[in-house]
Design a protein around this ligand. Structure first.
Ligand SMILES: [Zn+2]
Ligand SMILES: [Zn+2]
Length: 345
């Protein structure tokens, strides 16, 4: 019994579309038929086999992918899901035993396991997944949006914490998570959302997601622009989804006194911040985010989508068959006009 899957087969760059054994659900796991799966930056790292991937990937061969929507085909006996339910997956599979798990912060479990990094993932026809990490989606939400809930959850988690209603915010980086932050900030009542990027294509998507101003920051600092847009006061909140150390350090120059910085992007090197002038005298607050609160963020996301205030259509740039995974990865790695690519098995 085999299925088609996109598999990391070697500890080197690349992956292969090939036959893989049908997954057998373990205890507490449901068997899902994958409807659609999205490619994330993490998958690019695993594909490229960079330093992070070499350190973190535990098993080879491994089916890649972690952002998905699927249908339950084999439910857990006595579980809360039934065959036919459409589900999305919380990708932080928590141990349930560590300090964080037992103190209300399961999303930062000390022993996190992620599909497509630590165990078989979603770029396949079928997938076995812990029921406790699945979220049933209402019929009112477009099915393919289910594949984008995981990255959008990071955005919602940050925006919800930032108290943006009526405020002026800056979003650094207009990739899929930055776009999610723009969508969420507008839906939660931010007055001004200034989106920054170095690619005009991405800025055009940010405008479609509701950014009130966009700025291409190639070779320039956005500080003067942000200050002039905010009557010289600076932004109430900045969100970084770029992972650029220079952009993050620079953002503290246009964060207002008493403002907050919300960091989601992953810089590959230590980021210099002038603590005295940019944090202490400013009374700035810095937050980091890793994942979504279980399951408060998911409930909020579903409510936002059901209200119609958030639309993922501008974020989805391509829909491709799983058999064309190789082409999809090449497209993203070349940095061509692409945002979120959905793969359909
Ligand atoms: Zn992801
Ligand atoms: Zn834990």
């Amino acid at each position: 019994m085999t299925m088609n899957a996109y598999v990391k087969t070697e500890r080197t760059e690349g992956a292969s579309y090939k036959k893989a054994p049908l997954p057998k659900p373990g205890e507490g796991e449901a068997l899902l038929k994958v409807i659609s799966a999205a490619i994330c930056g993490t998958d690019l790292h695993v594909y490229q086999w960079n330093e992070w991937a070499r350190k973190n990937v535990r098993q080879i061969p491994m089916i890649m992918g972690h952002e998905f929507v699927g249908t339950v085909v084999e439910a857990v006996k006595g579980g809360f899901l039934k065959a036919g339910d459409v589900v999305s997956g919380e990708t932080h599979i928590a141990c349930g035993r560590c300090y964080q798990c037992r103190n209300g912060t399961r999303h930062i479990c000390a022993n996190l396991a992620l599909p497509g990094v630590h165990r078989d993932g979603a770029f396949a026809e079928f997938m076995a997944y812990p029921e406790a990490s699945l979220v049933k989606l209402p019929e009112s939400i477009p099915v393919e949006y289910g594949a984008l809930m995981e990255p959008f959850g990071v955005a919602v988690s940050a925006v919800e914490n930032a108290d943006v209603a009526g405020g002026n915010v800056v979003v650094i980086g207009s990739g899929p998570i930055g776009l999610g932050i723009v969508c969420a900030a507008r839906a939660m009542g931010a007055s001004r959302v200034i989106a920054l990027d170095v690619l005009d294509y991405r800025l055009s998507l940010a405008a479609k997601c509701g950014a009130t101003r966009t700025l291409n920051v190639s070779g320039i600092s956005p500080a003067d622009f942000v200050l002039s847009e905010t009557q010289g006061v600076g932004a109430d909140a900045i969100f970084d989804a770029s992972g650029s150390s220079a952009a993050i350090s620079g953002a503290f120059k246009y964060l207002r006194k008493g403002g907050s910085a919300h960091l989601v992007g992953l810089p590959s090197n230590p980021t210099p911040i002038d603590l005295a002038s940019d944090v202490i005298f400013k009374e700035a607050t810095i937050y980091g985010y890793h994942g979504r609160k279980m399951f408060r963020t998911w409930t909020r996301m579903i409510n936002l989508l059901e209200s119609g205030k958030v639309n993922f259509d501008p974020i989805i740039s391509h829909r491709m068959p799983l058999a064309q995974s190789e082409k999809a990865f090449e497209l993203l790695l070349k940095g061509e006009d692409a945002s979120k690519i959905l793969l359909t098995p």
